[in-house]
Design a protein around this ligand. Structure first.
Ligand code: F3S
Length: 403
C-alpha cells in the first residue's frame, strides 16, 4: 500500500473512505493483489429496491453521512421502476417511494443517475487497457471484451468502494495472463440476429462456466450482437471476458490468447435449436412482451418501430421497449417513440423486466429476444417465449406465441 492508501485505511480521510478502503483491502488480501491500480470509471449494480431493501438504503445513507463521494465517473444500473412514468406503468406507490430513497442516496454519493445497464451507450466509455470497476455482468462482458478495458466481476458493493477510493486491487482480469482463452467455441452456423448471438452465448456460457471463451467462425458482429452475446454468456456461466477471432480488440492484437488451450466445443444448427427450445416454455397467449435486455440501442428501437409499422398492440398484452433516458430522447426526436406509443406500446426507461417487480405486477408470461432475460424470468416462475425481434413484435400485436 502507498502512504496515501494507508492513511485512507487508518481513517485519516474520513470514515466513509475508511470503510471503502477496508472492503478493497480485504478483497486484495483474499485474491493476493500486489498493489492497487487506479480506475477510470465505475458502474454500480444493486439499484432496485427489490434487491436492496431497507438495509441497502441504510448502508448507502450511512456512507454518504460519513462523507464518502465517488472520485471517478460512476454510472448507475437500472432501478426497480421508470423513475418518471412509474405510476402510469402500474408500479406500486409504496415501492416507488422506497425506490426514490435509493436514488436519493446514490445522488448524495455523487453518482450519475443514468439507471442503465448499457452505460457504454450513454457516455461511460472506458478506453482499451483502462482499469475500471464495473458491476452488472452484461456490462462487464462488454467492457472487457468489446472495449478491451479491464474489470473483474465486481459486486455493487466492491464497485462502489472502488469508485469512492478511485482504485481497485490489481488481480484477476486486470492482469494480462488472466485474459487468455480457456476454451475454443467453433461456431459452425452463421449467426446474424441478436437472438442467435444470445443463444450462442447461452450455450457457450454453460460450457465454459468462468473460463474465457474464444469464438472462431463468426464473420461479422454488430455492437448489438456483441451486447446480446456477452449478456447471455454472463447469465448461463459466470463469464467476464470473451474473445471473437478477428473482431474483438485483444483477439486482433494478441498472438498468445490461445496458448495451451485444449478444450473445444462446437455450436451449430442442433445447438441453436436445442438452446432455443430450452428457453421456450410458453405456447399460446402472452400478457407481456419486453425487449431491451441489455437496454436497447437507438438502432434496435429503429428496427422495432419499423417492425410495428402501423399495427396495434393486442389489448390483453403489455409491450415494453426498455432503454436508457438519453436513447429514449433520441427515439422521440426520430419519431420512433410516437410509432411505438401510437401502437399501444411503451418505451420504458431506468428499469427492466428482471429488476422490476414483474410477477407482483400480475404478469404470468414474458416474451423476449434476450437469453439473459429469458433465463431470469424462468427463475421467477414466469412462462417464457424466446425468439427473434420480429417474432417478439408479432407476439405483441397478436398476443400469441408459438414455440
Ligand atoms: Fe440490463 Fe436488466 Fe438485462 S439490468 S442486462 S436489462 S436483466
Amino acid at each position: 500500500m502507498t502512504k496515501e492508501e494507508e492513511k485512507m485505511l487508518a481513517g485519516e480521510c474520513g470514515k466513509g473512505m475508511q470503510k471503502a478502503m477496508e472492503i478493497l483491502n480485504a478483497l486484495g488480501e483474499i485474491y493476493g493483489a500486489e498493489r492497487m491500480v487506479e480506475i477510470s470509471s465505475a458502474q454500480i449494480a444493486g439499484v432496485s429496491y427489490k434487491n436492496l431493501g431497507d438495509a441497502g438504503i441504510e448502508v448507502l445513507n450511512m456512507l454518504a453521512d460519513e462523507g464518502a463521494r465517488v472520485k471517478v465517473p460512476t454510472t448507475l444500473n437500472p432501478a426497480g421502476m421508470d423513475l418518471d412514468a412509474w405510476e402510469a406503468l402500474g408500479f406500486d406507490r409504496a415501492f416507488a417511494e422506497k425506490q426514490m430513497q435509493v436514488i436519493g442516496a446514490y445522488r448524495r454519493l455523487g453518482l450519475m443517475l443514468t439507471c442503465t445497464c448499457t452505460p457504454y451507450l450513454v457516455g461511460n466509455v472506458p478506453r482499451f487497457g483502462d482499469s475500471i470497476a464495473w458491476s452488472e455482468s452484461s456490462a462487464i462482458c462488454f467492457a472487457n471484451s468489446v472495449l478491451g478495458a479491464r474489470t473483474n466481476r465486481e459486486s455493487g458493493v466492491s464497485a462502489l468502494a472502488a469508485a469512492i477510493v478511485g482504485k481497485t486491487p490489481l488481480f484477476g482480469f486486470h492482469l494480462d495472463g488472466n485474459r487468455k482463452a480457456g476454451m475454443v467455441i467453433d461456431v459452425e452456423k452463421e449467426v446474424t440476429e441478436d437472438h442467435e448471438f444470445a443463444a450462442l452465448g447461452y450455450y457457450a456460457g454453460a460450457a465454459v462456466k468462468s473460463k474465457v471463451p474464444y469464438f472462431r467462425g463468426i464473420k461479422r458482429a454488430s455492437t448489438e450482437n456483441l451486447k446480446a452475446l456477452g449478456a447471455a454468456l454472463a447469465a448461463s456461466g459466470s463469464v467476464a471476458l470473451y474473445h471473437v477471432e478477428g473482431i474483438t480488440p485483444e483477439a486482433r492484437v494478441r498472438k498468445d490468447l490461445l496458448e495451451g488451450v485444449a478444450e473445444k466445443v462446437s455450436f451449430g444448427e442442433n445447438e441453436l435449436r436445442a438452446t432455443t427450445e430450452k428457453l421456450n416454455t410458453v405456447d399460446g397467449k402472452v400478457d407481456f412482451v419486453c425487449l431491451g435486455c441489455p437496454h436497447t440501442s437507438i438502432e434496435e428501437i429503429r428496427k422495432i418501430a419499423g417492425l410495428i409499422g402501423g399495427r396495434k398492440v393486442n389489448k390483453g398484452t403489455v409491450f415494453w421497449v426498455v432503454t436508457s433516458k438519453p436513447v429514449k430522447a433520441i427515439a422521440e426526436r426520430m419519431g420512433y417513440l410516437k410509432t411505438i406509443e401510437s401502437a399501444g406500446g411503451h418505451v420504458v426507461t431506468d428499469t427492466c423486466m428482471v429488476v422490476a417487480p414483474i410477477p407482483e405486477m400480475g404478469f404470468k408470461t414474458t416474451v423476449t429476444n434476450s437469453a439473459k432475460a429469458a433465463h431470469y424470468c424462468l427463475g421467477y416462475n414466469l412462462k417464457v417465449g424466446f425468439g427473434s425481434l420480429e417474432k417478439c413484435v408479432d407476439a405483441a400485436v397478436s398476443g400469441e406465441w408459438k414455440k
